[in-house]
Design a protein around this ligand. Structure first.
Ligand code: ZN
Length: 246
């Protein structure tokens, strides 16, 4: 097997394993449970999981989506998150190659994935995960640029939210959105940041039309748009230039 395939497999396995940890974060952080202690238990029968119940994706498949003790159903969300995180890490490896900051970019996107799931499930955006996403996004050779980009967009978003809330007399942008915007700017730079913002607005429109009265969380669309823009940055910037200048 050549080196490229070997590294791909390693990155996929690391990504899938880290996806297991994301499941822990997604369940425990919004419920204010310590993330290291107690160890994983079945939410139904409270039995402590054995190591072979806890192998990402495989255990769920082998146990047929059921708890190894009480046979109660375990949501397919868990192996799906593990798989998605594996795919995200591999796609980032394909994009960046084996650079030293690959793990930090990957961790930043993993934190955005956790925020996405928590926002969908609990309509909450925990600061701890949000700030972790931002810190991981800053760690790169272009640290100073990333930091400045994060500050510009954070301040810009704060002022925008302040203005809109004064004009519309209701809260427009929360503190959580400002931190996500800063993470996006650190990862993407300009003008890709604006492309991602535009894209997220388009993506968010679709479910807003169907879910008329129910609240639609916004962070998932920001995260998805950031991921799409990150992987297709050059293409999207070229497209923008063609659209603007012909
Ligand atoms: Zn059980």
């Amino acid at each position: 097997m050549d080196q490229f395939s070997l590294i791909t497999i390693f990155v996929a396995l690391f990504g899938i394993s880290f996806g297991s940890f994301l499941n822990v974060l997604i369940y425990r952080v919004p419920n204010k449970i310590d993330i290291s202690n107690p160890p994983s238990t079945c939410p139904k029968c409270n039995n402590r999981l054995k190591w072979y119940h806890n192998i990402p994706i495989l255990s769920w498949l082998i146990l047929g989506g059921k708890c190894g003790f009480c046979k109660s159903k375990i949501s397919a969300i868990y192996p799906t998150i593990e798989l998605i995180n594996g795919l995200i890490w591999v796609s980032l490896y394909f994009k960046l190659g084996l650079v030293w900051y690959l793990p930090f970019v990957a961790l930043s996107f993993s934190m955005l994935l956790a925020l996405t799931m928590i926002d969908f499930k609990y309509y909450a955006v925990p600061d701890s995960i949000n700030i972790a996403a931002l810190i991981f996004a800053l760690i790169a050779p272009s640290f100073t640029d990333n930091l400045l980009n994060a500050i510009y967009s954070g301040v810009g978003f704060y002022l925008l939210g302040f203005t809109v809330s004064k004009l519309a007399k209701k809260d427009a942008l929360g503190e959580a959105d400002i931190i996500v915007a800063a993470t996006m700017a650190a990862l993407l730079g300009y003008p890709a940041f604006f492309i991602a913002m535009f894209l997220s607005a388009i993506l968010a429109m679709l479910p807003s039309i169907f879910a008329k009265d129910t609240m639609v969380p916004f962070v998932p669309f920001l995260a998805l748009a950031t991921y799409i823009t990150y992987l297709n940055k050059e293409f999207l910037i070229n497209l923008l230039e063609v659209l603007m200048y012909g």
